[in-house]
Ligand binder design. Structure first.
Ligand code: ADP
Ligand code: ZN
Length: 725
């Protein structure tokens, strides 16, 4: 018996191993093994094929162990992994490593359960008071975990042991799952009476689920229009035809509040998968899915690989979110796009939901590839918030007079406000006024941000930090200017202007401790705070009925990014943040401060007009050959040696251009990246644009194969990049 095995390595090759007799019954395709590889003895590999013959004429090595009892990579998942590897130019091993992330050594956890035995003693039994108490408790409860029996009755372990010896009680073992939401006390939520729009959307989706045919629905619904209810309804339908469902939400909005809405409707049938789970919790949730005890999965990006069988429905909430794209490790896949491919392969229905659909998805409805469903009004016809734009060229302070007044009014009326700024820290630029030196990270080409709480300068890319200097390291001048604004400075300014207001700040710096994220949100929801200052962390998904004001301190930060999606991102972020206002009884108000009040991203957000934004933006995309009219591939070339980095990027670009025989691929660069140095790496990139996906991929693979790239240079290929900084 011979196994074809791939490893989680950037080597696109299958290796053959033999199987010792003791493991013959255990191995099958889709399980993981450990095997000797190179100088290491126990490398985790994935079985992708089994054969009875081996034609090579060399000695094969035996695998060491098989890690799984059950198949963890179903044929469907294997197919999906192969597609990803081909599309995103990763190896199958790397892709499987990403798809099956849990560790192998985790033990299932068992607890001791006490129950009455069938043994009926003859005659009178002499029992102590404590023994009687224990038996009574077990009789009433039926089965009872040992530790609960002890804690509830106060009887000792010895007493119970004696009863077991006497044959009156039994102790057995039961697997206990480490559930991430065990502590929720949930009452079952009931379905509200759906609105006409919800009914229309739901019935089209239901029909598609029942037909067991592939279909993509773009559910375009303004914030608070009841999209989640449509999702719940669709899951209900999938359950009715005995199919499983997969729900993806962005990591940042995977709050207990979101999960609760699903758990309170479907209870233990829901499994939750995301990166903040402990290894044990994740393992147990996977087990529940594999054993078909859970048939609904809700999770972030990597949950797209959840081992659900009989998949009937996929849901991608906030489908426009760029965090669905894995940007830092191989494979650099986009979970929404992978979900669509998975749906297609498994003949499932997929819903992409958003208040501000991505240009790509909306375009697909225009050309008839996706079905368009719309929820144009808020539930109960609550009005959309009133949006006002403040031209900051006319203002002198960080908060315009208008925004100051609006905040003061909220405090007076016992209402709440959210103040949003897309940059953390206190001051993002620290400059010496005598010599002009701007302080930058020694390893990155990034200005250091001043953090006032610990009086340090921090690099937001590599986490380098140092104490804030008293004088300029260059000229020893002592006049140092702290310019620009971050959330810390905003919070301080609020404190100065409104000392009586109870204010909290929510950004990466205040939420690093486990649970702190929820804690801030809970106390805001409970009304213990008046004002919440934060980054995009507060923009998504939360529902705070008492928030009647949202202030955007500076909406220009995102707009000025060197990124072709910067307008789309700004429009959608402003719309999302604005959606936090007025979810209760009182109409909400949104105040956007900007230096470019005429910009169409901001104007369209003002009027809540997606179509207007889309019409402008799509024209620009077409003119400049950007998605959805082309596919992009970004090739990042990086090295700690600036010369090698540059030379290699020149070499690759020249080779690509020479081989671009039909001139159907636009090749831009090489150019230094906007972030030209990160963590000591010098970074260049080449950008390819083409509507001919196959040709583009072939060209890149061919070129990289033909060139000899120095070992000290990394080449990172990013298909459909989310950003190119
Ligand atoms: P979205 O996901 O589009 O932002 P939600 O699904 O969160 O909107 O709905 C907003 C609020 O309206 C929620 O509190 C939800 O429970 C409620 N809701 C949704 N549908 C209905 C309905 N048909 N009748 C009454 N309330 C509803
Ligand atoms: Zn740095």
């Amino acid at each position: 018996m011979f196994l074809d095995i791939v490893f989680n390595l950037p080597i696109d090759k299958t290796f053959t191993y033999s199987v010792p007799d003791s493991l013959r019954d255990r191995v099958s395709v889709g399980k993981r093994v450990t095997a000797p590889f190179g100088r290491k003895r126990h490398v985790v590999g994935y079985i992708i094929g089994i054969s009875e013959q081996f034609k090579g004429n060399y000695q094969l090595k035996d695998i060491i162990a098989c890690l799984d009892e059950q198949v963890v990579i179903s044929p469907e998942l294997m197919h999906l992994a192969k597609w990803i590897a081909a599309y995103y130019l990763s190896t199958l091993g790397e892709t499987l490593g990403c798809a099956v992330p849990y560790k192998s050594q985790i033990q299932t956890r068992h607890i001791k359960i006490v129950s009455l035995s069938d043994y009926l003693p003859e005659g009178q039994l002499k029992l102590s008071k404590a023994q009687v108490k224990a038996i009574q408790a077990v009789t009433i409860a039926g089965d009872l975990p040992l530790n609960e029996l002890i804690s509830h009755t106060g009887v000792s372990r010895e007493t119970i042991n004696t009863l077991v010896k006497k044959g009156l009680l039994n102790i057995s073992f039961k697997q206990e799952y480490r559930s991430p939401y065990k502590h929720y006390t949930l009452s079952k939520s009931v379905q509200p009476i759906l609105t006409q729009d919800q009914i229309k959307a739901s019935s089209e989706i239901s029909a598609s689920i029942r037909q067991e045919k592939f279909g993509v629905f773009l559910l375009h619904g303004v914030t608070g229009s009841g999209k989640t209810e449509v999702y719940l309804q669709a899951i209900e339908q999938a359950l009715a035809v005995n199919k499983t469902s997969l729900v993806l939400v962005p990591e940042i909005s995977l709050t207990p509040q979101t999960v609760e809405r699903f758990v309170s409707r479907f209870g233990q049938r829901v499994a939750v998968l995301h990166s903040r789970l402990s290894d044990g919790e994740r393992y147990d949730e996977w087990q529940r899915v594999l054993k078909k005890e859970a048939n609904i999965v809700i999770g972030a990006r990597s949950a797209v690989f959840a081992p659900l069988d009989r998949l009937g429905l996929l849901i991608v909430d906030e489908e426009h979110e760029s965090s669905y794209k894995q940007f830092d490790t191989t494979p650099r896949y986009h979970a929404r796009d992978v979900a669509v491919v998975r749906a297609k392969h498994e003949n499932a229905t997929i819903i992409l939901g958003s208040a501000t659909p991505s240009l790509e998805s909306f375009y697909n409805t225009q050309i008839g590839k996706y079905h368009y469903l719309s929820l144009p009004v808020r539930i109960d016809e609550k009005p959309m918030p009133q949006v006002e734009i403040i031209d900051m060229k006319e203002e002198k302070e960080m908060f315009s007079i208008r925004l100051q007044q609006a905040i003061a009014q909220r405090i007076k009326n016992n209402q709440q406000a959210i103040i949003f700024l897309n940059r953390r820290g206190f001051a993002p630029f620290i400059q010496c006024r005598s010599c002009g030196l701007i302080m930058k990270c020694p390893d990155c080409e990034i200005t250091l941000t001043y953090h006032i709480t610990d009086k340090r300068l921090k690099c937001h890319y590599c986490n380098y930090h140092q104490p804030a200097p008293q004088s300029c390291p260059e000229c020893h001048g002592e006049d140092i200017r702290y310019s620009g604004i971050g959330t810390q400075k905003v919070a301080e300014e609020i404190h100065r202007l409104f000392p009586e207001a109870r204010t909290a700040r929510m950004d990466v710096d205040t939420t690093s401790a486990k649970g702190s994220h929820e804690q801030i949100l809970n106390s805001f929801r409970a009304g213990e705070l008046d004002i919440l200052v934060g980054t995009q962390m507060i923009a998504k998904g939360h529902d705070f009925p008492n928030v009647t004001l949202v202030g955007v301190v500076s909406s220009d930060i995102g707009l000025n990014m060197p990124d072709f999606r910067s307008c789309e991102k700004t429009f959608s972020l402003l719309t999302q943040v604005a959606g936090r206002a007025g979810r209760g009884q009182v109409q909400g108000e949104v105040i956007i401060q900007t230096y470019s009040p005429q910009h169409y991203s901001i104007q369209s957000a003002l009027s809540h007009n997606y179509q207007e934004f889309y019409d402008q933006e799509i024209e620009f995309r077409q003119q400049l050959h950007y998605p959805p009219f082309t596919h992009l591939m970004n090739i990042l070339i990086r090295s700690k040696d600036t010369n090698q980095s540059y030379q290699t990027s020149m070499l690759i670009a020249a080779h690509l251009k020479n081989n671009n025989l039909h001139n159907d691929i636009i090749i831009l660069g090489p150019a230094a990246c906007s972030l030209s140095r990160i963590k000591g790496y010098y970074r260049y990139h080449i950008l390819l644009k083409s509507s001919k996906l196959q040709q583009m991929r072939k060209l890149v693979i061919k070129s990289i194969h033909e060139l000899s790239i120095p070992n000290s240079v990394d080449i990172i290929m990013d298909m459909d990049p989310a950003d190119m900084l």
